[in-house]
Design a protein around this ligand. Structure first.
Ligand code: ITT
Length: 189
């Protein structure tokens, strides 16, 4: 089975390709920056991304991710991309000084297959490190410490990050659902 994943972010593509491979799903990358409307929720952004892509055959996949910081009332949340590109990690660490450091990373994956649209969410809970650590991964990985670890995602291997990451959880949900749909189509479930 093949899916077309539309994202501007090569790191996301690498992760998604790796996560879906065990489900027997190959991922074709369409590199495109889709407009992200000012929206309150990742789900709304995902629906807007799907709506922007013309209908065509095959399975289409998009996702939107956000980092929700408890000490900042959920900021940057859906605006994680903008905040990363403006104040960056140093700015986020400055804003968090003296505040609670718990955090949730969320990914909402959106799949369009024919007339069906599915949204599937994955979450990783954790906290924000006092300083950036590690050089693997991308984006907020150097500051995000998942629950149960004392290392940031940037200090982990790709396989270690996939065990708990928001994206891996959302994409494994996508993988399971696509495998089930294929089995139904083939009349074997
Ligand atoms: P799209 O084209 O798919 O939208 P993007 O990089 O703009 O790619 P998002 O808006 O979903 O993606 O991401 C919001 C921000 O969060 C952005 O700065 C990403 O680098 C960062 N981010 C997303 N997933 C991450 C992860 O697993 N680890 C660290 N940072 C991540």
């Amino acid at each position: 089975m093949r899916v077309t994943f539309v994202t501007s972010n090569p790191n996301k593509y690498r992760e998604v390709r790796r996560i879906l491979r065990p489900f027997g799903i190959s991922v074709d990358w369409r590199r495109l920056e889709l407009p992200e409307p000012q929206a309150d929720s990742l789900a709304e952004v995902v629906r807007a991304k799907l709506a922007h892509i013309p209908r065509r055959r095959g399975v289409l996949l998009v996702e939107d991710s956000g980092l929700f910081l408890k000490g900042l009332g959920g900021f940057p949340g859906v605006y994680a991309r903008y905040v990363y590109g403006t104040i960056g990690l140093p700015g986020v660490l400055r804003l968090l000084k003296g505040k609670g450091r718990s955090a949730v990373f969320r990914t909402v994956a959106g799949v369009r297959h024919g007339r069906s649209v599915w949204l599937i969410e994955g979450r990783s809970t954790g906290s924000i490190a006092l300083t950036a650590r590690g050089s693997n991964g991308f984006g907020y990985d150097p500051v995000f410490v998942p629950t149960g670890s004392d290392r940031t995602y940037a200090q982990m291997t790709a396989v270690e990050k996939d065990r708990t990451s928001h994206r891996a959880r959302a994409m494994r949900g996508v993988g399971r659902k696509l495998v089930k749909a294929r089995a139904r189509r083939n009349g074997s479930a």
